[in-house]
Design a protein around this ligand. Sequence first.
Ligand code: IMO
Ligand code: MG
Length: 376
Amino acid sequence: MSYAVAVLGAMWGDEGKGHITHHLSKTFDWVIRFNGGANAGHTIYRDGVKYVHNLMPSFDWRKTDLKAFLGSGMVIDLEQLHKEVSLLWSHNTGYPSRVYVDPDAFVVLPEHKEEDKASNGHIGSTNRGIGPAYTARTARRGLRIRDRMRDADNNRDQHFIKEMQRMGVHFKSALEMRREMESASLLFEGAQGVLLDINHGIYPYVSCSDATIGGIYASGFAWARPEKVYGVAKCYTTKVGEGPFPTEIHGKEADELRQRGNEFGATTGRPRRVGWLDLPALDYACQKGGITHLILTKFDILDGMDRVKVCVAYDKPPVSSSDFFDAVPQYITVPGWEDSKDHDQLAPFVRQVERLTRCHVSYISAGTDTKDIVSW
Ligand code: IMO
Ligand code: MG
């Protein structure tokens, strides 16, 4: 049987999932995206060079037998995918032939992106056509990649598909791949985060896909139950776009944290809203997301702070996404750390996280290099 593990965003996205997945991918056979589309911006540093993957999973292409799969729960802009595949091609990675795309995934059309720009300002969407593409799917008028492949008058997408096939990309469904994947190790990579999930995120300030463990099953992988579900969170919190953010900070303190953490959107370049770690929100996300273990990132950004603020409770525990709208956060401060490489200094902070989420912290990360990710 296959061995499967998942990495999910535990908060509002941008937690460092790409960095973590890229690192873990070296010990897996497959990296599988299952939700969202090019709204994701997964930043990876490879040999000191920065890459942003929007549709492509965050695999380490230096491992020559690692394969990538784009699942049917995604909405795929074929022009954008063609761009990312071409990048792999130009880097001479030989990788396109190890990329598999489920033709049951729905496509994002140019008009979806136009509609997104015109109508989703109040949410602060990424304008990548995600909402309109999922709306079309739900309204039973969406188009799948499979439809675009056989549609006679649809040269534009067919051109991209043919070009990708020429470079070696395979279009195969999750069931066609089952036999091969069942004797392999699978790493599922979530996009967005549980608080942006269509069902359990802070509605209506959400994205439109399944960012919880449910998204893996929904994309046809019910047979590949993850043994571990890692939730990734920063040691502080960020959010892009509108909606409630109980631990948000403003003014000079916020500007400073934003600069230190380089908190500007990887996809849109927008300055991210910033705040302190929100443990009631993280606990909610672990329960709703199916998260069993945590990975905490960006500890280096808070190096040198005397004390670090953490939200440990709201006036009442959130049991529904609607409870975030009027939450009154209660804080404690814990001793800060001079050097995030020294685990003894981080221990008081990590203890609070484990205590309040009842999840074991498995890894921490304190930098952009893979060697900065260490077991806790
Ligand atoms: P990764 O995978 C952070 C946010 C948008 C907006 C809302 C809806 O990099 O963590 P959409 O374009 O999806 O309809 O926008 O969701 N959003 C993200 N925020 N990281 C992401 O992805 C996001 N994907 C969507 O900013 O508030
Ligand atoms: Mg991102």
